[in-house]
Ligand binder design. Structure first.
Ligand code: SF4
Length: 362
């Protein structure tokens, strides 16, 4: 396989962005309006449970059954890992993140604005209006903190750039099996969307797409579903077992293949884009939509089975799992569930479950 493109590291990108006068927002998962921040010259950099952080820093503030993304994220803040950020953004994807937002605002009170974003659990007209209003509140907070007020045309310029980056992300996903990269390299590429400015991600995606070739990657095709492929050694483990990730349904990637909005009003257009994206447990999508989506992804990709790669204590995912597995089983699609903690090595038990599953579907 060819070597992957040069992908800059998060800290390099942050240093460069700040060096030319921009600011940085540390953004917790999952859905938020990238373009809104960029219109204020603020780079959103996502925080998905940073590696090598000692979870004990945050434990005093959290219930013991809080997931490792929130535990790791809070510990990272308390140990100074987000000192470089000018804002902290906490979208309310789940009760744990809502709790994190409250702890930050009411108890920890960091020396930078904390911006919560309430994401509605539906995609009706009223939900789109609600989210557009929510974005107006974020706009007002950013305007107050930065003494700037981007015009609608500046907002639309930022939106169109992010929509273009999303189109390229979609193309990379569509052609993933014909890119000459390992799964680990592929996820380094698509997850660069978590911190690269949209225009730089477009260049990176163009470079990747120029390497598309005619031979699909070999291996037993599977679909991976979950929140985030961390620890990323899961991807090496799958490769060693002869598997290849032909499709995904991760909240950090496949569930954020947003369509472009259509409204001429910027805040509404960003709300449409997020709420009309692929079904997601953290947005409360109907179970039937989640099942239908997974079945279609399996059909199109030729995946022979689904691996639910679950973060321990992740309530939104756990709620859907029994129905999703039944819906897949009814369609003759095998599945397995493994449970992981961000920041820890893959357990022997996880590797054994995966190995057995791969042997069954081979
Ligand atoms: S892993 Fe689950 S519980 Fe934890 S922050 Fe993400 S959605 Fe919430």
């Amino acid at each position: 396989m060819q070597t992957l493109l040069e992908i800059p590291r998060r800290m390099e990108v942050i240093t460069e962005y700040k060096g030319r006068g921009g600011r940085v927002a540390a953004v917790f998962p999952i859905h938020y309006p990238r373009a809104l921040f960029r219109a204020f010259d603020i780079l959103p950099v996502e925080v998905w449970g940073p590696p090598k952080v000692e979870a004990r820093h945050g434990e005093a503030h959290l219930q013991s059954y809080t997931c490792s993304i929130v535990r790791g994220g809070l510990s990272f803040i308390l140990s100074g890992g987000l000192d470089v950020a000018d804002f902290i953004v906490v979208p309310h994807a789940c009760d744990s993140l809502q709790g994190l937002g409250s702890i930050l605002i009411d108890f920890i009170k960091p020396d930078k604005p904390v911006l919560p974003i309430y994401i509605p659990r539906g995609a009706r007209e009223s939900d789109i209006n609600f989210l557009a209003e929510e974005f107006s509140s974020v706009f007002a907070r950013l305007a107050e903190a930065s003494s700037r007020s981007p015009s609608d045309s500046e907002m639309m310029e930022a939106i169109e750039r992010e929509e273009k980056a999303d189109r390229f992300l979609g193309e990379v996903f569509q052609l993933r099996m014909r890119l000459p990269f390992s799964d680990r390299e592929f996820y380094r590429l698509v997850r660069a969307r978590e911190y690269l400015p949209g225009e730089r991600f477009i260049e990176l995606a163009q470079g990747a797409l120029s390497q598309v070739n005619g031979d699909p990657r070999p291996g037993i095709p599977i679909l991976l579903s979950g929140i985030v492929p961390e620890p990323m050694e899961i991807l090496n483990a799958i490769a060693r077992m002869g598997g290849v990730v032909a499709a995904d349904d991760f909240a950090c990637s496949g569930r954020r293949l947003y369509p472009a909005g259509s409204s001429p009003e910027p805040r509404r257009r960003m709300a449409e884009s997020i709420l009309l994206g692929p079904p997601d447990s953290t947005r409360g999508s109907p179970i039937e939509e989640r099942i239908g989506h997974l079945r279609r992804r399996v059909d199109v990709s030729g995946a022979r089975g689904v691996v639910f790669y679950n973060i321990k204590f992740c309530e939104p995912e756990l709620f859907y799992l029994p129905s999703l597995r039944k819906g897949l089983k009814d369609a003759g699609i095998p599945s397995v569930v493994v449970e992981v903690e961000i920041g820890e090595r893959l357990s022997h038990q996880v590797k054994t479950s995966l190995e057995t599953f791969m042997e069954v579907i081979a």
